[in-house]
Design a protein around this ligand. Structure first.
Ligand code: PMP
Length: 459
């Protein structure tokens, strides 16, 4: 793919004015806009074209939203069809043919014995709205108020979702250890780590003096995304299912980021074969547009009419774009493709780690991939613990990627994990281009650290 080479961006052009006005007028809470100072004007598939005339390979994909990449023809066609039909674009939660088709397609993709007796609730437009709805649903259904969640979790930015995310203390929330191999809370990973995490969960729940509020539900991500791309082992997922089922605690799977083929299965819960009680879905299900739902076991459907309302729950364009996306991923077996290609990319990155001491760990599932950047010089070479996370160098890698026309995300507890979330339509050639640029960026970030006075392109 032809990409304009990494000329430093000239600060005098019109887009520089747009960026300047953005920094003057938009909130200090700006997120991606800070680390990715680009002005997208056109996009197709993996590629974004900036107002500076440069093209970027987008491995951020709207924070994992764009299963089919930007402006996929199937998505655009579905949107145009609704517009050309004269159908109303705003319908609150009324029934429409577009919504009916979306629900049919969604249920078609869900695990059979879950979908067979499930209900769907359309929530406000974002993932965080669906998380709020899920928490409210299980609290209403059980009459209990406690929630079990995990260290490093991310479920959104509204009050309830924040409370169950790592780093936002709340008295009604009990935090349990999420197992991980690289920085295991128990100093041991693998099946032993899973067993210890499960035992801790059980003992806390069963200890009359454990200090746990009676739980209305447990919420987990099958792969922690924002927490640093940490796949929950299948055996641990099964243990969590057994533990919650045995204690009549509804299990909520937050598949906002992992859903729609991203991890190599259509839904990430399929890897372990567990059937949750509630699934929280957003991002890719709207085919680039805002859409969020919860799907849940019908016995939990005890709330009163109007108990969970909202004006923007009927986004017809998002439902059409989402149905087209779900159908495309299903018909073209893109989950399988994500599994194969993801495994190959992870293998290549593990190979790169031999030449790049800044790579501490490579991990992921399907096309949800992370590279943890570490500071080996600061670590104790005799220690069994991994070296400290290196957020500054991860930022440098991200910047060097951008200078080479590659957009990557940063995440993880210490913002030290370089994240790749490419579209599931990524071709082999595109994957090579991404890997080449990433390898170059890693070398550049390592050189800058070793020779801090060396000049580098300013993105
Ligand atoms: N849950 C998970 C697992 C997520 O990754 C995110 C967003 N990154 C959310 C919930 C919140 O979604 P939104 O940003 O649309 O509110």
């Amino acid at each position: 793919m032809a990409v304009t080479e990494s000329a430093p961006m000239a600060p005098t052009t019109a887009y520089a004015g747009i960026l300047r006005r953005q920094s003057m007028r938009e909130s200090a809470a700006r997120t991606y806009a800070r680390s990715l100072p680009i002005v997208p004007v056109r996009a197709r598939g993996l590629t974004i074209e900036g107002a500076d005339g440069r093209r970027y390979l987008d491995c951020l994909s709207g924070a994992g939203t764009l299963a089919l990449g930007h402006n996929h023809p199937a998505v655009l066609e579905a949107i145009k069809k609704v517009i050309d039909s004269g159908a109303p674009l705003h319908v609150l939660d009324l029934a429409t043919p577009v919504k009916d088709a979306f629900i049919t397609e969604l249920f078609e993709t869900l695990p059979r014995h879950f979908a067979d007796q499930a209900r769907v609730q359309f929530c406000g437009p974002a993932g965080t709205d669906a998380v709020e709805a899920a928490l409210k649903l299980v609290r209403t259904a059980t009459g209990r108020s406690g929630i079990l969640t995990f260290t490093g979790a991310y479920h959104g930015m509204t009050a309830g979702a924040l409370a169950v995310s790592g780093g936002a203390p709340d008295v009604r929330v009990t935090r349990l250890p999420y197992p991980q191999d690289y920085r295991s809370p128990f100093g041991v990973g693998g099946e032993r780590g899973v067993d210890l995490a499960a035992r801790w969960t059980e003992s806390l729940l069963d200890d009359p003096k454990g200090g746990v509020l009676p739980p209305a539900g447990m919420i987990l991500e099958p792969v922690q995304g924002e927490g640093g791309v940490i796949p929950g082992p299948d055996s641990w997922m099964r243990r969590m299912r057994e533990i919650t089922a045995a204690r009549s605690i509804p299990l909520i799977a937050d598949e906002v980021q992992t859903g729609v083929g991203r991890t190599g299965a259509f839904w990430a819960v399929e890897h372990s074969g567990i059937v949750p009680d509630v699934m929280v879905l957003s991002k890719a299900i709207g085919g680039s547009l805002p859409l969020a739902v919860i799907v849940y076991r019908s016995e939990l459907d005890v709330w009163d009419p109007g108990a969970h309302a909202g004006t923007f729950r009927g986004n017809q364009l998002a439902m059409a774009a989402g149905a087209a996306t779900l159908a495309y991923v299903r018909e073209n077996r893109l989950a399988e493709r994500a599994a194969t290609l993801g495994a190959r990319i992870i293998g290549r990155l593990q190979g790169l780690a031999a030449d790049h001491p800044s790579i501490g760990d490579v991990r992921g599932r399907g096309l949800m991939i992370g590279l943890e950047i570490v500071d080996r010089e600061a670590g104790d070479p005799t220690a069994t613990e991994p070296p400290p996370a290196d957020a500054a160098r991860a930022t440098a890698v991200q910047r060097e990627c951008l200078a080479r026309g590659l957009i990557v995300e940063l995440g993880g507890r210490h913002s030290s994990v370089v994240r790749l979330l490419p579209p599931l339509t990524l071709t082999d050639e595109q994957a090579e281009a991404v890997l080449d640029r990433l390898a170059d960026a890693l070398s550049a970030a390592e050189r800058v650290r070793n020779h801090p006075h060396e000049t580098r392109p300013q993105p």
